[in-house]
Design a protein around this ligand. Sequence first.
Ligand code: CTP
Length: 401
Amino acid sequence: MIVTNSQKKKRVLLGITGGIAAYKAAELARLLIQDGIEVQTVMTEAACHFLGSTTLQALTGKPVHTQLWDESVNNSMAHIDLSRAVDVILVAPASADFIAKIAHGLADDLLSTLCLARNCPLMVAPAMNRQMLENPATQRNLTTLQKDDITVLGPAHGIQACGETGMGRMLEPQELFEAVQNFFQPRLLEKKRILITAGPTFEAIDAVRGIINLSSGKMGYALAQAALGAGAEVTLISGPVCLTYPAVKKFIPITSANDMLTAVKNEVIFNDIFISVAAVADYRPAIAHTQKIKKSDNDLMLELIPNPDILQYVANLPNPPFCVGFAAETENIDQNAESKRHKKKLPLLVANLAQEAMGADDSTLLLFDDNGKHILPKAPKIDQARRLIAHIAALHKQHHS
Ligand code: CTP
């Protein structure tokens, strides 16, 4: 049987160092295993004070290595063998001490030694008290890691185990899992800059009310995630949604269509590709009252005025980026999608059935471009996003060759 690249088992070495966040590494291991990724765990001695190696052994189905001097390894070369048998090493959590060791090439335990001896990429997810993180020594070490092509994931801001609040929390297991998934994606958009709009816009009626729609932002955020996985530099402009945004280069939260247009105008010239996923409100109230409108027994008439069409503005720029539009339709999908594509002068328009797609985790996508119609059958939005990014990468290449 021929094993293609996509069928090849993905293998991750999960390194765990000493820190309260070590307990989250168990959840990360579970997510990786569930996704079919092989996980080999190596724990430092300090990590074993926070988390039992048996937990990781049970989750990954493999013995956990903790010792440099392990007599059960036939050739006593665990530090070489382990790092040769994986595609990537992820150390999560990575303590300040461990980061310092890696920055200086120290190798006094199994994990630091195998990191020094590795011939595969290394990613670290720092987790520490905010003061430890802010310390100039740690900052210097993190800069060294980045210069050495080691990927630093996070850290995030939030409440810390010590009770203080600030930067230094480890990224959540789901975010680290997504970073690993991204690592395994083909780099179809390496160094390309992509601007994405996502979510609904909110058009104020008064100080406490407004017009909004059912867009959850899931498709736009999945596309941002998939574009990152393809190696792109992503700017995400988002209306109000209840999602954690992926580790994009720039995240710009906005409220109304006019805010979104301003943000797009500021960013668009720096980008090669524009993907307009946002469900932009077509109209806004003529007057946004600054105070709450009081109830009365009379009818209340709202006058609505048209919003600017952001995608149309971008597509009609003298030197536009490669523009991709979305169309949420409730009927006559093919007809409406094609006429929208021509009206807005788009090389690619992605249509879906609004009733099925809005707020859902799965969707069916219909792609319309100069070659005709392509169907991406119903699948989770992150899978659809990856397929769509592959399609966009191919078309973008054609356009520029
Ligand atoms: N769009 C936009 N600005 C608007 C309205 C829409 O940028 N004011 C973009 C959307 O992000 C999407 C595409 O245009 O990529 C199509 O949006 P859609 O709401 O499906 O179509 P409309 O052009 O608004 O037409 P209609 O609402 O009549 O279907």
